[in-house]
Write a protein that binds this ligand. Structure first.
Ligand SMILES: [Zn+2]
Ligand SMILES: [Zn+2]
Length: 135
């Protein structure tokens, strides 16, 4: 990037800013493909590779979390404070749970093993209310 003209660098950081803004505007934990579809009209130069690259940088910067919840593609979350998710096994909806993070789990791991986890990730699986209604 050292030889890139400054206009190119500005464009790249603007694309990254927009990706982060769109991600922060939704609670649906979208995939990279969804973000691409959402921004393609506004940023015609955008490519899937650019979206992935920018998401990777945002993840390194601690501004975004990548979730592997077993659906076809990774999902992205701009809520970076530890929180739990509920994943719909039918439609792949990923829902934030309004539960406090249970710090006693880390204490139980330490008591059982002597290991000291810094954090933990917990996902619940079942049907979302929309899918449960259809069942
Ligand atoms: Zn569902
Ligand atoms: Zn979340």
């Amino acid at each position: 990037l050292a030889h890139a003209p400054s206009s190119t660098i500005r464009r790249h950081s603007r694309q990254r800013t927009r990706i982060l803004e769109v991600l922060r505007s939704t609670t649906t934990h979208p995939s990279a493909a969804w973000l691409y579809g959402r921004l393609k009209k506004e940023i015609p130069r955008l490519s899937m590779g650019t979206v992935y690259r920018n998401l990777g940088i945002l993840e390194e910067q601690g501004l975004v979390i990548r979730l592997d919840v077993g659906s076809a593609s990774d999902r992205y979350d701009a809520t970076v404070a530890d929180h739990y998710h509920y994943v719909c096994e039918r439609c792949d909806a990923v829902i934030d749970l309004p539960l406090p993070v249970d710090t006693s789990l880390a204490e139980r791991v330490k008591a059982a093993t002597g290991l000291a986890p810094r954090r933990h990730v917990l996902e619940f699986y079942g049907l979302c209310s929309g899918c449960a209604g259809e069942a």
